[in-house]
Ligand binder design. Structure first.
Ligand code: UD1
Length: 429
């Protein structure tokens, strides 16, 4: 298994191109199941999760073609891919595939809407909490589906097609909002989704669906209206920039010091997190090319932060923030409200010298003067990257083991950081 070796201490200087968002690319690829025509996606990040989803979609009969490079492209841009679900050959998403990537459960919406049936494995356990699928099931039932659970599979049927309805989510859910929006696009009549997730990736997927001929308004707000149509058609869409990658590199430079231009990023995709970073000690400037992040001359200030659905502070940046404030001058409090078990990085950060006390969903982080490099273990995607940024600011050598988690969600992280002055390398095998 690959490892990443870092020698900490160098400031980050230079520019990092921000990749297409994993959390938009995945549902956009899944949207290709809604039409027999070609969906072309640009700026698709080269990530293990994207490769896995290509395989999963291939199993349903989706042809996926990576388009050749165009003049002026230097390999740093994402891929352009064509997805064509001419015939859906299989409406079953088996356990072996769904258990490897939770978001692949989302195929249930488009398969059901287009084919009138889907048989999708329950995703199973997950390192960051139980993550049930009850909101998906309730929403699809609202749209007229019959749903049974048998042998670990969710079996959904709507032989006469789905019909529009009012869906009210009891709690904000990104995945079930995507699925309800996709399914309702091909339902008969109007659907209104209330308490919809407002994450920018929802608006990005909606924009693509609209290009495909869907009638959707309000995506990005908590009420989404969808007028069902009979069929969707070909379209071309560029994946939005990754706000979690943006936030992660912004925290890295705030921690190490230096000056980074995060190319392609905008203020709008990270409202609260950038405010928090400014409070900790970053200077954030929006430019035509992206966001410029510098560490201001002072030390790092402690903060009190609670993770919340968008536009609040994202749970996907919680681990990275914890790494950052582990070096603050004072005590920070970080409360996790989205996932009940998302603190696996705490023990590993402690190996680098961080002082973190956990009490239920609340972490109390007492800033220390210095972190010291050590061997650490990546446990999930965002936890792993918090160890990388802590390693960049630690004295001496840090080795992050089990790097495959990182490859699921961060494109060429060692190249991007290495180009900005970090001493970082991948050790194979
Ligand atoms: C998505 C993101 C993930 C991010 C999360 C929250 C993708 C591919 N993943 O995950 O990176 O951390 O949003 O911003 O976009 N829940 C239920 N029942 C359900 C569905 C969800 O109880 O049927 C709960 C979850 O356990 C969790 C909360 O709702 O506590 C929010 O989860 P949700 O927004 O659905 O997360 P994902 O879509 O899985």
């Amino acid at each position: 298994m690959d490892r990443i070796r870092i020698v900490g201490g160098a400031p980050l200087m230079g520019a990092i191109p921000i990749s297409g968002a994993k959390n938009a690319a995945l549902p956009l690829m899944i949207a290709s199941l809604l039409t027999d025509e070609t969906l072309t996606l640009d700026n698709v990040p080269r990530l293990a999760d994207v490769a896995m989803l290509k395989r999963i979609l291939g199993n349903h009969g989706v042809d996926c073609m990576v388009l050749g490079k165009r003049a002026g492209q230097n390999g740093l841009q994402g891929e352009s891919i064509e997805l064509r679900a001419g015939d859906i050959v299989d409406t079953v998403a088996p356990y072996e595939l769904v258990s490897r990537m939770r978001a692949s459960f989302w195929v249930i919406g488009p398969l059901l809407a287009r084919m009138g049936e889907a048989r999708v494995s329950l995703p199973g356990g997950c390192a960051i909490g139980t993550r049930p699928v009850d909101f998906f099931i309730a929403a699809l039932r609202d749209l007229g589906a019959e749903i049974d659970i048998d042998g670990g599979y969710v079996i959904a049927r709507a032989k006469k097609g789905l019909r529009g309805n009012r869906i009210v989510f009891p709690k904000t859910t990104v995945g079930a909002t995507h699925v309800a929006m996709m399914a309702a696009s091909l339902a008969r009549g109007e659907t209104v989704i209330e308490n919809a997730a407002r994450e920018p990736e929802i608006a990005d997927v909606a924009a693509c669906l609209v290009k495909m001929g869907a009638k959707i308004s309000g995506a990005g707000t908590s009420t989404i209206r969808i007028d069902g149509v009979d069929r969707l058609n070909a379209a071309r869409h560029a994946v939005m920039p990754d706000r979690i990658e943006t936030g992660t590199y912004a925290m890295a430079v705030t921690m190490t010091g230096g000056d980074l231009l995060l190319e392609g990023a905008t203020l709008a995709i990270l409202p609260t997190a950038l405010d928090v970073l400014t409070a900790v000690g970053a200077e954030v400037t929006a430019t035509n090319e992206g966001l410029r992040i510098r560490r201001n001359g002072n030390g790092l200030a402690p903060v009190d932060v609670t993770t919340e659905p968008f536009p609040g502070f994202p749970t996907d940046l919680q681990a990275q923030l914890m790494a950052l404030v582990s070096r603050a001058n004072g005590t920070s409090h970080i409360r996790e409200t989205i996932f009940e078990n998302r603190f696996m990085h705490v023990q590993e950060l402690a190996r680098l010298g961080a002082d973190i006390h956990l009490d239920g969903q609340m972490a109390t982080v007492t800033g220390v003067d210095r972190l010291k490099g050590a061997q650490v273990m990546a446990t999930d995607l965002r936890a792993s990257v918090s160890l990388v940024i802590a390693g960049l600011a630690a004295e001496g050598e840090t080795v992050v083991n089990r790097v495959y988690h990182l490859d699921r969600g961060f494109e060429r992280i060692e190249d991007k950081l290495g180009a900005c002055g970090a001493t970082i390398e991948r050790l194979s095998g």
